[in-house]
Write a protein that binds this ligand. Structure first.
Ligand code: BT5
Length: 265
């Protein structure tokens, strides 16, 4: 594959996409601040569910809680999808789960690599982060008006181009498979898997999602330390609940419910 073949184009993506609503409208930027910010902006202006925003690079790629997402040009995937689910705002974490399942499956389909999920939003290979998901929403009276699912996947990123502070915790498909991957093919597989699992979520509710997520997750059954706001919760991660909260049995045998946070170990 030459560098020219690997430029993201709407036509290239539409040629490989078999979805029925996700990706019917696609916006691609060479550089943008954040695909999530742009998707939120156009959703507010009326862009429909299924609209996809992609960029070759981001100047202000976002993680959760104001963190930065390293977004160099031309090698990775920075993608946001607008969705308009009929769900209460308390179910937003489940959209992160739907997306994480889709990313794991797409990496398997496109690169034959087995990734897994760390609660709530990390996709890992060999314990290093290969993808991250940022779900944001606009809600009114506890109902979701629209959600933006942001997905960043390290694809053809070389080990030498990973910044020092991420060296121990980030990886890419190229590093793990020793080969360069067609990003357009991977984007199509992500969008198709996302549509499949999102439709299942809309049709059947949370149960299938939670069952599949648990099969792919490495967090459940482990002793964990979770930083949630200012508190550190330690114990055994025993389960997740219907809203995607992590249930941790502490050393007194009490179940602590954590809706957002970072698993430190
Ligand atoms: C996430 O946050 O993992 C969500 C990342 C979502 C990025 C996508 S890209 C398209 C869309 N547009 C956006 O602006 N964002 C979304 P969090 O769990 O908070 O993890 C952030 C942490 O991951 C950082 O503090 C770093 O430690 C690490 N990190 C940053 N960039 C990384 C990268 N490219 N690969 C692996 N780890 C990274």
């Amino acid at each position: 594959m030459t560098k020219k073949d690997d430029i993201l184009t709407v036509e290239g993506i539409k040629n490989c996409l078999t979805t029925s609503f996700i990706g019917k409208e696609i916006h691609i930027f060479d550089t943008i601040d954040s695909t999530n910010n742009h998707a939120r902006k156009i959703a507010k202006e009326g862009a429909g569910g299924g609209t996809v925003v992609l960029a070759e690079s981001q100047t202000k790629g976002k993680g959760r809680l104001g963190r930065t997402w390293f977004s160099p040009s031309g090698v990775n995937i920075y993608l946001s999808v607008i969705l308009k689910p009929q769900i209460p705002s308390t179910h937003i974490t489940l959209l992160t789960f739907v997306s994480a399942i889709a990313v794991v499956k797409a990496i398997k389909d496109a690169a034959n690599l087995d990734a897994n999920i760390k609660w709530p939003n990390d996709v890992l290979i060999n314990n290093k982060k290969i993808a991250g998901i940022l779900s944001e929403m606009d809600a009114k009276a506890d109902a979701v008006r629209f959600a933006v699912i942001g997905i960043g996947i390290n694809v053809n990123l070389d080990i030498k181009d990973i910044p020092f502070e991420l060296k121990d915790k980030a990886t890419s498909i190229k590093i793990e498979s020793n080969s360069t991957i067609d990003r357009i093919n991977l984007i199509c597989r992500v969008l198709e898997n996302l549509e499949e699992w999102y439709n299942l979520f809309e049709r059947n509710g949370v149960n299938d999602i939670i069952k599949k997520w648990k099969r792919l997750a490495v967090t459940i059954g482990r002793d964990v330390k979770v930083q949630s706001g200012n508190s550190l919760i330690e114990g055994r991660a025993v389960d997740i609940d219907v809203n995607g909260a992590l249930l941790i049995k502490d050393r007194n045998g009490v179940i602590q419910r954590v809706l957002s946070g970072d698993v430190m170990q």
